[in-house]
Design a protein around this ligand. Structure first.
Ligand SMILES: [Zn+2]
Length: 321
């Protein structure tokens, strides 16, 4: 089902559910993504929306519509919606390109701007129902990512984190996640990883935040750090080789046990592995983005599977040119 159809389907389902409860009704704000040119529909709680409109100075409310955009990587379009659910304005949020800041000699151009001068990308929320408010200030690319539409006048900073190499400052302004202590450790991990990698696509940073939100119940383990690093590098990673002999024997015997997950989702995982390995056998040299396209909603599972395949000596991955 296409994303738009899926949203319409959700809309019908949700409306039926809500009408039965006589509490909420959901409307759709429709727009065309300027980047992937898909027709999209952003679901809204009408009553809540109208309350927000009445409090808004210009009669418009900002929502971040996060969808699978070009190459199935998450894209963020900030839409401004009026009382009648018409989209009155939209802006596609991108990270500034590092290349623009490199001089002809290939040397990084020094910038000494005040933090408040950086362009800011607002993402109103990453996962429905999860309140996460923070500002991540990335000095190398002169950019601030504002998650949760933090208003510096009204949202006090609770914690300030610095990446080890000093490129990223993170101002944490609140969250409703179950463990705040775990969250701080996860966020330190992600800013350290981002500091050591080339600035990538905003959608991959959002994927890594989704991973953090889903795994907030425990402290990051080595495996989690590996997955986060791979998510951030995924745009630049290619499969270099596959050991076809191992693949053919893998699914016959005990080899499959290494892919059994703790949560008992072994069967699903096995079918994903079969699809992925089939794809790699057909084309042994390809960007891992091609594999993510097989099932983009399971981005993280695919990444985790690729890491396991590499650890088992079945595939080899390297950075793409
Ligand atoms: Zn798009």
């Amino acid at each position: 089902m296409a994303r738009n159809e899926y949203n319409e389907f959700l809309f019908e389902e949700f409306n039926t559910f809500c009408n039965n409860r006589h509490t909420v009704s959901i409307g759709m704000a429709k727009y065309l993504c300027p980047t992937c040119r898909k027709q999209l529909a952003h679901p809204l709680d009408i009553q809540k929306h109208k309350e927000l409109v009445s409090k808004s100075k210009n009669g418009l409310v900002l929502y971040s519509d996060i969808h699978r955009c070009v190459n199935e990587i998450l894209g963020v379009c900030n839409i401004r919606v009026d009382n009648d659910l018409n989209v009155r304005g939209f802006e596609y949020i991108k990270l500034p390109s590092l290349q623009n800041r490199v001089s002809k000699l290939g040397i990084l151009v020094a910038t000494r701007k005040a933090r408040s001068d950086y362009p800011e990308g607002i993402v109103t929320n990453i996962v429905d129902g999860v309140r996460l408010k923070l500002i991540m200030s990335m000095k190398k690319i002169d950019f601030r990512l504002n998650v949760g539409n933090v208003n510096s006048l009204h949202d006090p900073v609770i914690d300030l984190l610095h990446s080890t190499n000093g490129d990223i400052d993170l101002y944490l302004c609140g969250s409703n996640l179950p463990s705040y202590d775990n969250l701080k450790v996860w966020l330190q991990v992600i800013i350290d990883l981002l500091d050591g990698t080339q600035p990538c696509i905003l959608g991959l940073i959002l994927e890594s935040f989704k991973y953090i939100i889903e795994n907030n119940d425990h402290l990051p383990q080595q495996k989690d750090v590996q997955i986060l690093r791979m998510i951030l590098d995924s745009y630049f990673t290619c499969i270099e080789d596959i050991n076809q002999g191992v693949v053919s024997s893998l699914f016959k015997g005990g080899g499959r046990s290494i892919f059994k997950s703790k949560k008992g989702s072994g069967k699903t995982e096995l079918s994903t592995i079969i699809k992925i390995t089939d794809e790699i056998v057909k084309e042994p040299n390809q960007p891992i983005l091609n594999l993510i396209k097989i099932n983009p909603e399971h981005f993280m599972d695919i990444i985790a599977t690729l890491i396991k395949l590499e650890e088992a000596g079945i595939i080899r991955m390297e950075g793409c040119e």
